[in-house]
Design a protein around this ligand. Structure first.
Ligand code: 5MM
Length: 336
């Protein structure tokens, strides 16, 4: 078993998943202002250190994805953020893309940037304690999109990123996110997502990436958020499994879904069914941002000094997600 494979498995095994706390300052500002909290670096740190010091972290979180600001911060009790995460038993990770920009010659689509100087930045993050990384490619669905150009340029970038990350002895999370915005059917989402994922693996293989040392972070197969033809949770799980079974090589150790704007409960329920029905050999877990933090952020915003209330809310959410990785979640446990 390679070192990278060991790291990947440590992050996603035993009912654990990933906390995606890598919101850039722009996104975090939107999240904080939505609950009437000023987006200062102190407040961003306070919310995050509250989550990272919780019981839920120790039991249910195998890895945390950080943003550059956070990985360089020290808590008000004197521990660096990477040390705080490691002391809870989780592995610190870092978002290394520099964001999605307009794609030349297909200006309604995006290409994720950040390859220039990446090798040097990776060395710096490794020294700070990071052992895995994240890069997100983003795709929209419409009549014309995603275009072949967007599919192939983002796959190329994800592969070059992954090769550099493995060279730096870290595990790349490969995140091709097909957005749920739009009125498309779930079958179109299935077709487009499969095309996107297959192209990513063609490029990963071309770039000689060790597939046993990556984690795939895909979207689930959903109808567009404005579609009139919403499908059941059972159908979501079946279509998601069909997509991954047919597009992901067997060497990949695991899949950690993004929540993509689903509610906390929907994201948990769908993951639970995916695991109950899982006929693949992949570990299926979570790498949720909003679906792990939304309620906790709401509670925290009422009193940012009430650590217990915030942590209790986070602990519950993380526990529900962990149960879902084992197919053991239920409405009854949710509402207990
Ligand atoms: C946590 O949010 C990440 C995006 O941050 P920026 O937009 O500020 O770069 C995002 O990549 C996230 O890691 C994934 O999309 C999963 O988050 P959700 O909320 O979709 O589970």
């Amino acid at each position: 078993m390679s070192e990278l494979n060991k790291i990947a498995l440590k992050i996603i095994s035993n009912g654990k998943g990933i906390l995606a706390a890598d919101e850039s300052n722009g996104t975090m500002t939107k999240r904080l202002e939505a609950v009437n909290v000023a987006s200062t670096s102190e407040n961003r740190l306070l919310f995050r250190q509250t989550l990272f010091s919780s019981e839920g972290m120790k039991k249910y979180i195998g890895g945390v994805i950080l943003y550059d600001e956070t990985i360089n911060q020290t808590t008000n009790f004197g521990k660096s953020i990477p040390d705080l995460i490691s002391s809870s038993g989780a592995i610190p990770g870092i978002k290394v893309d520099t964001g999605a920009k307009i794609l030349a010659n297909s200006s309604e689509e995006k290409i994720t940037e950040g390859l220039d100087g990446l090798r040097e930045r990776l060395n710096k993050y490794y020294k700070l304690g990071a052992r895995f990384t994240k890069w997100r490619g983003v795709y929209t669905i419409s009549n014309k999109y995603p275009s072949k150009l967007a599919i192939s340029s983002n796959a190329h970038a994800l592969a070059r990123y992954s090769a550099l990350v493995q060279e730096s002895k870290m595990v790349p999370i490969v995140e091709p996110e097909v957005l749920m915005d739009g009125d498309h059917s779930a079958d179109i989402c299935l077709r487009k997502t499969s095309e996107v994922i297959k192209k990513c693996f063609d490029e990963l293989i071309l770039h000689k990436v060790d597939l046993t040392g990556i984690i795939l972070k895909p979207n689930m197969i959903l109808s567009g958020s404005k579609s009139k033809g919403q499908i059941s949770n059972e159908e979501i799980s079946q279509k998601t499994l069909e997509c991954l079974k047919n597009s992901v090589p067997n060497e990949v150790p695991g899949i950690a879904f993004l929540s993509g704007g689903q509610s906390e409960i929907e994201a948990t329920k769908n993951l639970n069914l995916i695991n109950q029905n899982n006929y693949t050999k992949f570990i299926m877990t979570y790498s949720y941002g909003r679906a792990l933090q939304q309620s906790a952020l709401g509670i925290w915003s009422k009193n940012i000094k009430d650590i217990d209330a915030t942590q209790n809310t986070f602990n519950h959410r993380a526990k529900m997600c962990s149960l879902a990785t084992q197919g053991k979640w239920s409405n009854k446990l949710e509402n207990k």
